[in-house]
Ligand binder design. Structure first.
Ligand code: NAG
Ligand code: NAG
Ligand code: NAG
Length: 397
């Protein structure tokens, strides 16, 4: 049995100015929407990483599998054009200025897999993969070999991102992507203003540490039609990256706000906010944001299936005829994202999801918070969504 496993760590998301990029934006919100449909917990995802891995594989498929890819991602037949746009977007999204950001792609494949050598070269040259051929029939050695390669890379954050021996059993290929993002707020929160807020549910008590910034001069926009308000908190000196907070109006269901966001575009919203700031100046608003950390581990097969990618997961129908002589299919696309928000800034990291961790949910009891919100970390010039998440529940103890 031939299986391709994508292990996706650390993600970011991206957007740009052309049709190509607006489709990426749309994909980000769609993926976020479909991921939330299947989850009763708060989640964070990085659509850009998922998107970039899938785009890099799309042109390796033919037949109906390709048709599904081209429909979901609105791909053109001309691969070189996509590669050009892809690289342009990546250059504008991953900039080590105002934030520390690193993104890398690895490809580990079994030496018994009959891949076309030009397909590996395509992934290396066009999509910057670091490829390594390993003997998956000796999974322990393969895992060691892969770890050595990962360790040489600056983006590799031990020990979270370790590939395990089990990951190499039954697999013939592992695509591995990691993204880390660390940035300080342009205007940090004052630690002495942070205060706890308590939630009671029977005997259980939950606590949020709420950070405050009074009369902050930030871009703020309240949308009547979306029934939500938008606050932009920039990072670094130049504000190239920012966190966009989306809060439903009071009494408004957060799920319905997300449904409306699907019909809107984050690019338009960010432009709108910039326009309002130019005309009226930055708003003087009170910003309230909990200090929190979440870890999100998600299997993305179902959300992607619901978006229209079905054949790629099917051993009988997946068609990677441009890539390998052997029949392969995607076994699993999993992603782990950790987000840490403090008075000083934000760190987003991912780890390799371990399957047994994914199967044993944490038993913590949760209660809804009074003021739930979405957060999107975006790159300004392209409106790329590096990360998106929801904050709506807290644990009770
Ligand atoms: C980014 O990395 C540099 C060098 O490691 C470090 O000095 C700087 O403080 C980091 N910036 C942030 C925002 O973490
Ligand atoms: C933070 O808040 C405290 C108490 O309100 C104040 O004394 C202090 O000057 C503030 N610090 C900054 C950096 O604004
Ligand atoms: C985003 O894509 C979905 C599905 O492809 C489509 O239904 C929706 O209208 C698109 N939204 C925008 C704003 O383009």
């Amino acid at each position: 049995m031939r299986v391709v496993i994508f292990l996706i760590l650390f993600i970011s998301a991206s957007f740009g100015d052309l049709d190509f990029n607006s489709q990426t934006r749309n994909f980000s919100v769609e993926l976020f929407y479909h991921t939330l449909q299947g989850s009763d917990r708060d989640v964070a995802i990085s659509p850009y990483t998922v998107w970039s891995l899938l785009i890099s594989m799309a042109y390796e498929t033919t037949g109906r599998t390709w048709e599904q890819f081209s429909k979901v991602f609105l791909l053109m037949e001309d691969r070189s054009k996509i590669v050009e746009e892809f690289r342009k977007l990546r250059t504008s999204v991953v900039v080590n200025k105002g934030a520390n950001i690193s993104l890398s792609n690895f490809l580990f494949y079994d030496e018994h897999l009959n891949v076309y050598s030009d397909s590996i070269r395509r992934l290396e040259n066009d999509f910057s993969f670091i490829a390594q051929r390993l003997n998956f029939e000796a999974p322990q050695l393969a895992a060691h070999g892969a770890s050595r390669t990962l360790h040489t890379h600056p983006a590799y954050l031990r020990p979270w991102m370790r590939l395990r021996t089990e990951d190499f059993v039954d697999a013939t290929m592992i695509m591995y992507n990691c993204l880390s993002f660390t940035a300080q707020w342009s205007k940090p929160f004052n630690v002495s203003n942070t205060s706890p807020e308590y939630y009671r549910n029977g005997n259980a008590i939950g606590r949020e540490n709420m950070m405050y910034m009074m009369n902050a001069r930030v871009q703020y926009w309240k949308s009547e039609s979306l029934h939500a308000s938008f606050t932009r908190l920039p990072f670094g000196d130049d504000g190239r990256y920012c966190m966009l907070l989306v809060r439903p109006d009071s009494g408004e269901d957060i799920g319905r706000v997300l449904e409306r966001l699907r019909e809107a575009s984050l690019w338009d919203i960010l432009n709108r906010m910039r326009g309002v700031a130019v005309v009226l100046g930055q708003g003087e608003v009170d910003v309230k944001l909990p200090r929190f950390a979440i870890t999100s581990k998600i299997i993305l097969n179902t959300p992607l299936f619901n978006m229209g990618l079905s054949d790629v997961f099917d051993p009988n129908f997946a068609d990677f005829n441009n890539f390998a002589e052997d029949k392969i299919y995607v076994g699993e696309i999993t992603q782990r994202v950790t987000v840490d928000i403090t008075e000083l800034g934000t760190t987003v990291r991912t780890t390799i999801p371990a399957v047994y961790e994914l199967e044993t949910p944490m038993p913590a009891k949760q209660t809804p918070v009074k003021e739930p919100f979405f957060f999107f970390i975006t790159e300004q010039s392209s409106a790329t969504v590096l990360f998106g998440g929801i904050y709506s529940k807290i644990n009770l103890y």
